[in-house]
Design a protein around this ligand. Sequence first.
Ligand code: UDP
Length: 471
Amino acid sequence: MENADALHVAVFPWLAMGHLIPFMQLSNRLAQKGHRVSFISTPRNIGRLPKIPSHLSPLFNLVSLPLPHVDGLPDHAESSSDVPFNKQNLLKRAFDLLYSQVAAFLEASRPDWIIYDYASHWLPELAARNGVSRAFFSLFHAAFMSFLGPPEALIDGGSRSTAEDFTMVPKWVPFHSNVVYRLHEIAKNVESLSANESGTPDTVRFGTVIAESDVVAIRTSAEFEPDWLNLLVELYPIPVLPVGFLPPELRDGEEEKDGKWVYMKQWLDKQRVNSVVYVALGTEVTLTQQEVNELALGLEQSQLPFFWVLRDPSVSTQTEFPTGFEDRVKGRGIVHVGWAPQAKILSHNSIGGFLTHCGWNSVIEALGFGRVLILLPFLNDQGINARLLHGKKLGVEIARNERDGSFTRDSIAESVKIAMVDDSGESLRGTTKEMKGLFGDMDTNDRLVDGFIHFLLENRFSTTKNINLLL
Ligand code: UDP
C-alpha cells in the first residue's frame, strides 16, 4: 500500500515469545498503513516470528543481531523460553550487550521512531542522540503499570523493596483495589524487581523507559480499565496512549497442511461446543513434579474433556504423569508436549474455558474468543493479572496455600467445574461472553492502534527538542 507520508519505525522487543508476538502484531498494523518497519531481534528469535503476510513483507526489514555471549547462558538461548526462570537475568545481561549493535543500526538507518520494551533502559538516551523519537510499548496493562508506580519511585528502588511492600495496595492508588501480589508469588518476583544478576533491577528498567520516552503505548483500552488508565496518566510525565488489545490475526489455511494441527483439529471437531478445557501455561512457567501430579489428577477429577499443552521437556523439567493417568483419561483428554498453535486452538468452538497462567497474551486470546478463564498464576505480572480478572468476574482463581503457594487436585477440579458447568459459574460465563467484542473485534481494536499511529505521524520530530537538551 502506498503512503506518501510514510514513517520508518524501528521495533525492538524484549527477548521473549510473549513480547515478540505482540510487537510483531503492532508492526503488522504499521505496515498495513504503509509504514516501513525495521524489526530488530536475534537470529533465532527472528526465525521463530509469526509469518509476515506476503503483501506486507516488502515493508519489513528484519534486523538480525547476534546475541553476545554471557557466561552461564547456553549458546542457543536467545529467548526466555530457552532458559529456566532463574537464568532470565543472564539473558538480560546479554540483551544489554546488544547496545553497540543497536547504536550502529540507529546511526546508519536513522528511523523516525523506535518502539521498545521495558528491558531497554539504555535505549531512550541512545535514540535521542541519533535524533530518533522514542515510544515505550507496555505489554502490561494499566493496572499492573500503576501498581509498579511512577518512574521516580521505580528508579529510586528504595520505596518498595521488601516482599511485604509488594503485597500491599501501593500508597499512590486512590481507590479500593484487590490488585496486589500474594506473598508466595513475591519470592520469585521481588529479586528481579529489586536487585539481580543482570546488573540492573527491573524497577530501574521500567522507570527509565517511562521517564525518558516521548510516549507510552499501552496494550489495553479505556473501556476495560478506566480508573487505572486515568491513574497512570497522573503518575506518568509523558502521554499515555491505549493501543487496544492487538488480538491475534488468524489466517485461514496457514496450519491446514501441518500434520500436528490436522490431528489436533480432528480431536477438537469430535467434541461438543464449549465443552473442552484448554490448559496451557505459556513459555516461561516450569512445573514441579508435584504440580504436574495435582494438575493431572485435578483435570481427571473434573470429569470434563481437556486439551493440555506442556512445555518442551528440553527447556522444562522432565516430568511424569501419575500412574495410570493416561489410560484413565484416554479419549476424554489430550496432552500435547511442545509448541501448539494456541490462538488457533482457542478459536475452535469446542473450547469453553482456558486454565491459564494468566500471561497477558493468553488472556487476550481467550477473552477475544469468549472463553471463560481458570486462573493459575506463577510469575512476573501473572498474579496481578489474576487479581484484576477475578475482580472483574472474568475468571475464577484456583485456591492456593497462602504460605507456600501449593495447589491441590481438589482446588483444580473445583475451579474448573465452576467455570465450565456449575450453576454458580453462570454469571462468570455471561460476563466473559460480553467481553468478546472488546478483546477480539478487529475494527474496535484497530481504531485504537490508528490513534497511536496518528500520534507517531504528528510527533515524529519531537526528539529534536531532546537533542537540543543533550547538546
Ligand atoms: N504460545 C503458543 N503456543 C505455545 C505456547 C505459547 O502459541 O505452545 C503463544 C501464546 O498463544 C501467546 C504467547 O505464546 O501468544 C505466550 O504469551 P503469554 O503472555 O500468554 O505468556 P508468557 O509465555 O509470556 O508467559
